[in-house]
Design a protein around this ligand. Structure first.
Ligand code: BGC
Length: 384
């Protein structure tokens, strides 16, 4: 009898084991149509799913991150990236929800710069300055996408050719952005670009995060730590003055974790002119090396976001100009309901020779890596 029981147990194992092995989730990429632009161009959506079942959705319009679904401390998935449900909403978007920003993330004073003795004029789309690549930046063009699973990780390669003089910039610029969604819940973004004429370039991603969930209140209780001892103060039109100011004794000191909202209304001229946080922080790490830029913790969900980058700066923008637009699932995004951590070279570098250079020459290669890493903190412990 005992023999028979053991035999049937062994048989069950033989049948069930392959099924169980087959049930181990693997990373995958799913593609579907997202819609057509007003100009009739087809836009695709790619959903990158990792082994944990966590998901990132990216569309080819603007290479935009549409959603990031990651677990809270109870293991429940929630969407932490602000976005819209459909393409027409993205085409009207005034807030840059989720895209790759280019050719120049943030501002160039008066939309003008001189390179090798030649002056170039760009669109003045923000208080007389040039912002985020102009009227039709990389956030408003359709990229070519290719999904794959490489080394067990889901990834999406996006390419775009920006023609000579597009938005006023010199050089035919070929740009590649690779989003990899790792099995450690990291969204890794690898940028590279080449030009056939000297130009300037400063790419970034403009995702807005709310670690409690997109559309679930404001971000003022999120605890922010930024790996920076200095920032670049700006004038009344948000152009850096050229000074690198110590954060010490100012409401921009995030060297230890501090709730975003605790000093945001302080009567400090930089916060008044920026309507809150909208500043470039000078990262305290060697130029070009991948290192920590910021860490954010949200206590109700337990979610933690850490940002690593090879860039010298990060723009911490506290969503001051979000104005209640309706986003995914009919949820509104009012003022300060999301924050951005845009890893970048400093704003207006083409006019500030003392800042790390943003010049790209023909024969040279632009590269940048940024990682948005999600995890949860349980009690005193941090877990991955
Ligand atoms: C800029 C803000 C701007 C926002 C949305 C941020 O990167 O620093 O000044 O309002 O993007 O355009």
């Amino acid at each position: 009898m005992r023999f028979l029981i053991s035999l049937s147990f062994a048989l069950i194992l033989c049948v069930a084991a392959p099924l169980l092995v087959g049930a181990v989730p693997a990373a995958r990429v799913d593609k579907h149509a997202f819609g057509k632009t007003a100009d009739g161009l087809s836009v695709d959506a790619y959903t990158l799913t990792n082994k944990n079942g966590a998901r990132v959705k990216i569309i080819t319009y603007g290479a935009r991150v549409v959603s990031i679904e990651v677990a809270d401390r109870g293991g429940k998935l929630g969407d932490v990236a602000l976005g819209y449900d459909d393409l027409p909403a993205y085409e009207k978007d005034p807030s840059y929800l989720g895209p790759i920003v280019g050719r120049y993330g943030n501002r160039i004073a008066k939309g003008r710069f001189t390179l090798d003795g030649q002056t170039y004029t760009l669109a003045q789309n923000n208080n007389g300055n040039h912002l985020h690549g102009g009227l039709r930046g990389f956030d408003k063009v359709v990229w070519t996408g290719k999904g794959s699973v490489i080394g067990g990780a889901a990834r999406l390669k996006l390419t775009y050719l920006s023609k000579d003089r597009e938005e006023g910039y010199p050089g035919n610029l070929s740009v590649t952005v690779i989003y990899t969604w790792t099995n450690r819940d990291e969204l890794k973004i690898e940028y590279s670009a080449q030009t056939d004429k000297p130009t300037v370039l400063n790419l970034t991603n403009h995702a807005y995060f709310n670690l409690a969930g997109a559309g679930v209140g404001d971000i003022l209780k999120h605890e922010m730590r930024i790996n920076a001892l200095r920032f670049t103060p700006t004038n009344e039109t948000s152009i850096p003055t050229g000074e690198l100011r110590s954060v010490k004794g100012t409401p921009l000191d995030f060297t230890s974790a501090t709730p975003i909202g605790s000093r945001i209304e302080a009567k400090y001229e930089q916060l008044i002119s920026g309507s809150g946080y909208d500043h470039n922080f000078v990262l305290n790490k060697p130029l070009g090396e991948l290192g920590l830029a910021a860490e954010v913790y949200e206590s109700t969900s337990g979610r933690v976001l850490r940002v690593y980058t090879t860039e010298p700066g990060v723009q911490f923008y506290s969503g001051n100009f979000l104005s209640g637009a309706i986003g995914k699932q009919g949820l509104a995004y009012p003022r300060r309901s999301g924050f951005c951590l845009e890893t970048q070279h400093f704003p207006d570098s083409p006019n500030k020779p003392e800042f790390p250079t943003t010049v790209l020459r023909s024969g040279g290669r632009y590269t940048q890596t940024t990682i948005y890493q999600f995890s949860v903190r349980r009690g005193q412990y941090r877990e991955r």
